[in-house]
Design a protein around this ligand. Structure first.
Ligand SMILES: [Zn+2]
Length: 394
């Protein structure tokens, strides 16, 4: 039987020793162990352990033996910087950002779901998003309309957009101008001119939605400044970035040289056709960034999730490092809110996507119902946001 004295001393010893043992066992908050870390920001592609403390990456080493409060076994999987998706419509529904987070997307932009009239709705969702989320304001003040955002040119209201940005400077990361025939009709050039008028007063980028425009693409590209983004870069004619002979338009090359970025914008209608994507890649014109053009509906058709979209470009011949770069470091450089993201560098915020690269036979569909078979597909496996593992959705 234990007497009172020994009970106390045992208790005290236990009390004293636990914190010491605890401290040694939990040097880190989280270790992601044994995965292939692909971090194009540092040209790293190797098996590494990643240790995280207080929301930051604190060590990236071949083997980390110190303990952690939690461990993710990533053996056989890829560990990449948290994905940054610069063209989504995730704030259309309250749970959109969380659904994207489960796919590995730790930073996202809602690209023009709303204009000045209802920008507060999309900003409210962006503010409540678990991950970094910002919005682009649609230059059409009523946002996306079935009859065309700016078919009525009075909707491209410079004063209203400026006023909305002044009120929400923190949350509005740029201006979106959707320029297709069925969105802006013959107003495309004037819509873009007005978008630039709004953006330039705040030093913000403009993202244009290209493809099937009334105006020739070169005329529109002439209005783009360094840092602006062209989304839907693989849109088929009329007004592709490539001509019938397989040459990238000289105005497109010039735009890239002066710092205009070219983005995928997968979407579901009219934006992506395999033969165009093949010709553009064959001409050596690789995308700067990938993006999904995600909507809740696209989860079951064509887009599915960001890793699936990335997989299409493995099928089209890009390397895994190139594919990861387009979804991480390249995307993080477009908007200042992501400047320190898109990397697995020591000191960076600990946002990670653990992906599984499966081998097999996988069917991919473009926006024109053409199917192609690929032999690899990326699947989301786990997400780490600000150093914490995101709970799997059930
Ligand atoms: Zn879109």
């Amino acid at each position: 039987m234990m007497n009172r004295r020994s009970f106390i001393s045992t208790g005290t010893a236990t009390f004293l020793s636990i914190p010491r043992v605890f401290a040694a066992a939990t040097k880190y908050d989280l270790i992601v162990k044994g995965g292939r870390v692909i971090d194009p920001s540092r040209k790293l592609n190797a098996i590494r352990d990643v240790a995280i403390s207080q929301g930051r990456i604190v060590a990236v080493e071949p083997s980390i033996s110190a303990g952690a409060a939690e461990t993710i076994d990533a053996s056989g999987k890829l560990v990449v910087p948290g994905l940054v998706d610069i063209h989504t419509h995730a704030t259309r529904t309250k749970d959109g950002p969380a659904l994207c987070l489960a796919d590995g997307v730790t930073g996202l932009i809602d690209a023009g779901s709303q204009g000045a009239d209802r920008i507060a709705e999309t900003i409210a969702v962006a503010k409540s998003a678990p991950q970094q989320c910002r919005v682009l304001i649609n230059i059409g003040r009523a946002g996306i309309l079935p009859e065309g955002d700016t078919m009525d040119i009075s909707r491209a209201d410079v004063a209203a957009a400026r006023e909305a940005i002044s009120r929400n400077r923190e949350m509005i990361a740029g201006v979106k101008a959707r320029l297709s025939r069925d969105v802006a009709g013959p107003n495309d050039f004037e819509v873009l001119r007005r978008a630039q008028e709004v953006a330039s007063s705040f030093h913000l980028p403009v993202m244009i939605h290209m493809g099937q425009t009334v105006s020739p693409l070169p005329k529109l590209l002439a209005l783009l400044k360094p840092g602006d983004v062209v989304t839907h870069m693989f849109a088929p004619p009329p007004n592709s970035i490539i001509d019938d002979a397989g040459h990238i338009l000289p105005e497109v090359m010039a735009a890239r040289r002066r710092g205009v970025k070219f983005d995928l914008g997968n979407g579901r209608t009219g934006h992506l056709r395999w033969d165009i994507a093949e010709s553009v890649l064959k001409a050596g014109f690789l995308p700067d960034t990938f993006s999904t053009d995600w909507t809740p509906e696209s989860r079951t058709a064509q887009v599915i999730n960001f890793p699936n979209v990335m997989s299409k470009f493995l099928m089209l011949g890009m390397s895994i490092d190139q594919v990861i770069a387009c979804a991480t470091v390249n995307a993080s450089r477009i908007f200042p809110v992501f400047r320190n993201r898109g990397t697995v560098k020591v000191g960076a915020p600990a946002d990670l996507a653990v992906l599984e690269l499966r081998e097999g036979s996988f069917e991919f569909v473009d926006n024109f119902q053409n199917t192609r078979m690929g032999h690899q597909r990326l699947f989301p496996n786990a997400t780490v946001l600000a150093g914490k593992r995101v709970a799997n959705r059930t």
